[in-house]
Design a protein around this ligand. Structure first.
Ligand code: AHM
Ligand code: MG
Length: 343
């Protein structure tokens, strides 16, 4: 036996995986495979992104200890009260993107205007740095959502680089911070899931080529808003509560933190929605950094994402960086069922 074979055999006996795929390795291998002539700039940008995720995960983990939890006293672009962690997450994200030198335009939920960085970055990044932050105090999972565009041909960085169809994104995903940090990533070639090993300090590939189940009797929506729903939405949800072909009604699951609700939907299947209602008109979720990235992930995992009219979310074009849309996404079979209710 060679020493390598002995080491391999010992590792197997100890049940230790010695050839793990880290996020960095995965990105380099995937990019070499799908874009052999690429400059490597997207890989570098993804590297800066993963640093931001690790840093935010670190701050969320220690939040209780260092008394970061609480209201910071400032308000964000849409008037919500910000938590300290919102501000910290936003600053970490902005600094990581600026220092990557690959990002020219940044849209953040926490910033009223887009940010244009110095330098020759070729990408535009849209993010909600800490989505679901109203849940932080209760220790419920929150997450960073992101979508990435390559700048338009000849652009020096402007709002037009992000007011585009979701289909033009080159990469999207989220990192959910809970008991561990989970990153779901797509560059348009399927969805891959990574879990942060805090001791190694690396995201490890744990869910290669993830596919969402085609149907599942789970619905996820804030029914507290149902008074304002249009009739066809009320009828659809009421019908889910009746016994189905298997004799059982659907189960309701709603965390109230989009990343957590989408994470469960990707893994188990079902349908998630934040509908447009007669009061808010466009629902709550923002197109560029909430709807688009989740829609791209869903489609890449074999699911669907549509608005209240049944139009594909990724075909929408936002008019402003904080524009909202009603959204329905999840298992293909569940979306098809919902579509039959749209007038
Ligand atoms: P936020 O970006 O201010 O955190 O709001 C977005 C969150 C989503 O994570 C979640 O799906 C939704 O708001 C929950 O809203 P509601 O409390 O109205 O059900
Ligand atoms: Mg948010």
């Amino acid at each position: 036996m060679t020493s390598a074979q002995i080491a391999d055999s010992v590792a197997k006996q100890m049940n230790v995986e010695t050839d793990i795929i880290t996020l960095t390795r995965f990105i380099l291998e995937e990019q070499q495979h799908v874009a052999p002539s690429a400059t490597g700039e997207l890989s570098l940008l993804l590297n800066s992104l993963q640093f931001a995720f690790k840093f935010i995960a670190h701050n969320i983990r220690r939040a209780e200890l260092v008394n970061l939890i609480g209201v910071s006293g400032t308000a964000n672009a849409t008037g919500d009260t910000q938590k300290k962690l919102d501000v910290i997450g936003d600053e970490i994200f902005i600094n990581a993107m600026r220092s990557s030198n690959n990002v020219k335009v940044l849209v953040s939920e926490e910033q009223e205007d887009l940010i244009i960085f110095e330098g020759g970055g070729k990408y535009a990044v849209c993010t909600d740095p800490i989505d679901g932050s109203s849940n932080i105090d209760a220790g419920v999972s929150v997450g960073t959502i992101f979508g990435i565009y390559r700048l338009k041909e000849g652009s020096k960085g402007s709002i037009n680089d992000v007011l585009r169809k979701g289909t033009e994104m080159v990469c999207a995903g989220y990192t959910m911070y809970g008991a561990s940090a989970h990153l779901m990533l797509t560059t348009g070639y399927g969805v891959n899931g990574f879990t942060l090993d805090t001791q190694l300090g690396e995201f490890i590939l744990t869910q290669p080529n993830l596919k969402i189940p085609n149907t599942r009797s789970i619905y996820s929506v804030n029914e507290g808003n149902s008074f304002y729903w249009p009739d066809y939405v009320k009828k659809y949800i009421e019908d889910l509560k009746k016994p189905q072909d298997n004799g059982k009604p659907y189960s309701a699951r709603y965390v109230g933190s989009m990343v957590a609700d989408i994470h469960r939907t990707l893994l188990y299947g079902g349908i998630f929605s934040y509908p447009a209602d007669t009061k808010s008109k466009n629902g709550k979720l923002r197109i560029l950094y909430e709807c688009f990235p989740m829609a791209m992930l869903m489609e890449q995992a074999g699911g669907r994402a549509i608005n209240d009219k049944g139009e594909r979310i990724l075909d929408m074009i936002p008019k402003g960086i904080h524009d909202k849309s009603g959204i329905w996404l999840g298992s293909k079979g569940e979306i098809e069922k919902f579509v039959t209710y749209i007038k």
